[in-house]
Design a protein around this ligand. Structure first.
Ligand code: 5GP
Length: 192
């Protein structure tokens, strides 16, 4: 039987470069052997997002049904009225076949996954150099309205308070260093 796959969980306040880091780790000649766990959400797709690739987009009713059916390993109301969850089907089948999975989820979800999977999972917190720098990055991205940015900065301060509970923390001051640092940490976890 194949060795059970490992689980890598990345969390970061919005705008810390987490998605960029994950893409860099999964693409190219030196891509890590990780499959992306596609979460479910009841939020509307953003421009450029594809159902089943970015997220499994669901109605609120379908999301609640999935919760009731026990389809989620974990789920959270990350923003008021906006639900996100990790489907069991994204993790268990793959890891049973020996594939490793990577999750991009919020801080509480990450700590729940760690509680469930123990040493098979590693939790990595991607940290901004500072909250001020994070605010500048979100403004520079130009995708969010000022009130959305204020909401995200407030949320970031809250999320940063969870950083000590993660297995490791990577400061994204310089993208190349953050990618290299994350790559080393994940490689060691997959080899252990
Ligand atoms: P966004 O709406 O910007 O794509 O994501 C908002 C937040 O939801 C991010 O912090 C993201 O990591 C988190 N998130 C995405 N999928 C999941 C999930 O399956 N579970 C949890 N707990 N959080 C998630």
């Amino acid at each position: 039987m194949a060795k059970e796959g490992k689980i890598v969980v990345l969390s970061a306040p919005s705008g810390c470069g987490k998605s960029t880091i994950i893409h860099r780790l999964l693409e190219g000649d030196d891509a890590l052997p990780l499959e992306f766990s596609v979460s479910a959400t009841n939020r509307a797709p953003r421009e450029g997002e594809t159902d089943g690739v970015s997220y499994h987009f669901m109605t609120t009713e379908a999301f609640r049904d999935a919760v009731a059916e026990g389809s989620f390993v974990e789920w959270e109301e990350v923003y008021p009225g906006r639900y996100y969850g990790t489907l069991r089907s994204e993790i268990d089948k793959r890891t049973a076949m020996g594939c490793n999975v990577v999750l991009d989820i919020d801080v509480k979800g990450a700590l729940n996954v760690k509680r469930i999977y123990g040493d098979r999972a590693i939790t990595i917190f991607i940290q901004p150099p500072s909250v001020d720098e994070l605010r500048r990055r979100l403004e520079g991205r130009g995708t969010d309205a000022p009130e959305v940015i204020a909401e995200r900065v407030g949320k970031a301060e809250y999320e940063l308070s969870f950083a000590p509970q993660f297995d490791v923390r990577v400061v994204n001051d310089n993208l190349e260093d953050a990618v290299a640092g994350s790559r080393d940490i994940i490689t060691k976890h997959l080899e252990a």
